[in-house]
Design a protein around this ligand. Structure first.
Ligand code: ARG
Length: 465
């Protein structure tokens, strides 16, 4: 249709008289993106060749020539002067074809007892495994940055919100430590996924295993896997390890998006809870006063790409019969983009959190607004006057309405006004209406009292040490 067919493919063209249509080549080739797997591909091939030699399937001299030749290919790629070829489809055949040019005939023996199906499954697992490690490291850095913020403001009061309406006072440290819990669960998801994916597909060959006397335990160990995958069909045909990485990434990106949104709200002129450093803000080309939290907004948005990649790969995988299908070549770009996006978002968030200036006075001022200690008043009526909580709730609601009508806060109501609603109220009530008393009283495990927050900070610091 488009091009005069070229000669058939040197890697698999034995039964082909003509080469592919140019558009066939364009839709089929993955080298444009899977070149990113070159280091994993070469590492896997070197382990495979060494194993073949150890098993007497390859001569030592061939295996040595292959091992050395592959290192030459590696340095050529790293130097940036490797001639990647679309006609050679993918990274696996590009590497092997170049190896042939460098070492000649022994290169053709490398693919013994192996297929591109187990090869790509191995390469990709190694790549995703590295990304899990990178995510774990980046998440640890973010946890540490959040803990620094939490420790600085373990007893700074601020409004806690539900429905984004003032609810009860909390401490800044408590709010920061909430994110520590979330981000730490994200980290544990990557740890879990890594442990589960750490089985080696190499040696599953095309789908059925091989008649050669290979040693899959040897290659698995050489590549840092815990064990060889136990079923050759499963080994070449599942991408659940990539889906787990994407799922963990999506949840993490969702958490980052929530924190980013809070930073956007908090840095607004209406809130002024925090000031974002110049390093993480931008100006407006028309409004000279503007300081826009662009990095936070972009992090808030990145979940779209990460979740999009997740949905895309689920959609690719659903309904695929065992074992390998070329559909699965569509796994890589999604995972590459999601991983790059997540790492960038994590680095930016860690920077923003580290460079954040918190306006303690403003937090405290806002903490007292919006009748934030109304629950404390109701609790006092329960504790000191023996009222059922529902009755206390009702009486407090009446007092809030009274204060609202007067245009004042709860502590500004006179004792006489308080007693008009319930005569058992005494002067003592005023002690529970202060925001510092309010947070200090919330000593339940995991509560917002500064002592509790400091205990959680200490626990996390010990865990991270
Ligand atoms: N480029 C392919 C992929 O990414 C490699 C495996 C090709 N296997 C095959 N039997 N055509 O999935």
């Amino acid at each position: 249709m488009t091009d005069t067919p070229k000669t058939s493919n040197a890697m698999w063209g034995g039964r082909f008289a003509a080469g592919p249509d140019a558009i066939m080549e364009a839709i089929n080739a993955s080298i444009g993106f899977d070149k990113r797997l070159y280091a994993q591909d070469i590492r896997g091939s070197r382990a495979h060749a060494a194993m073949l030699a150890a098993q007497g399937i390859l001569s030592n001299s061939d295996a040595e020539a292959i091992g050395e030749g592959l290192l030459t290919v590696l340095s050529e790629i790293e130097a940036g002067d490797f001639p990647f070829s679309t006609a050679l489809e993918d990274i696996h055949m590009n590497v092997e074809a170049r190896l042939k040019e460098i070492i000649g005939e022994p290169a053709g023996r490398l693919h013994t007892a192996r297929s591109r199906n187990d090869q790509v499954a191995t390469d990709f697992r190694l790549w995703v495994r590295d990304q899990c490690d990178a995510a774990i490291e980046a998440l640890t850095a973010l946890i540490k940055a959040l803990i620094v913020q939490a420790e600085a403001g373990a007893d700074w009061v601020m409004p806690g919100f539900t429905h984004l309406q003032t609810a009860q006072p909390v401490t800044w440290g408590h709010h920061m430590m909430a994110y520590v819990e979330m981000i730490a669960r994200d980290r544990s998801r990557f740890t879990d996924a890594r442990a589960r994916m750490n089985e080696c597909p190499l040696g599953a060959a095309a789908l059925a295993g091989t008649g050669f006397a290979i040693d899959r335990h040897m290659t698995a160990a050489a590549l840092g896997f815990d064990r060889p995958a136990a079923n050759s069909l499963d080994a070449v045909s599942d991408r659940d390890f990539a889906l787990e990485f994407l799922s963990a990434s999506s949840i993490c990106a969702m958490h980052l998006s929530r924190l980013a949104e809070e930073l956007v709200i908090w840095s607004s002129a209406q809130f002024r809870f925090v000031a974002m450093s110049d390093k993480w803000s931008t100006g407006s080309s028309i409004m000279p006063q503007k300081r826009n939290p662009d990095a936070a907004e972009l992090i808030r948005a990145k979940i779209g790409r990460v979740l999009g990649a997740t949905v895309a790969l689920f959609t690719v995988m659903k309904g695929l019969p065992l074992a390998y299908s070329k559909d699965m070549q569509e796994d890589k770009e999604q995972v590459f983009d999601a991983a790059d996006t997540l790492m960038l978002a994590l680095a930016a968030m860690t920077g923003m959190v580290s460079d954040l200036t918190v306006n303690r006075a403003r937090l405290e001022e806002a903490a007292a607004n919006g009748f934030s200690t109304a629950t404390d008043l109701a609790d006092w009526l329960v504790r000191e006057a023996g009222l059922p909580f529902r009755d206390a709730h009702h009486a407090t609601g009446t007092l809030v309405a009274m204060a609202e009508a007067k245009g004042c806060d709860l502590p500004e109501l006179t004792l006489a006004e308080m007693q008009s609603v319930n005569p058992v109220i005494s002067q003592e009530i005023y002690s529970v209406l202060g925001v510092h008393n309010s947070v200090a009283s919330r000593q339940s495990y995991g509560g917002t009292a500064p002592d509790q927050v400091r205990a959680q900070i200490a626990r996390w610091k010990a865990a991270l040490a």
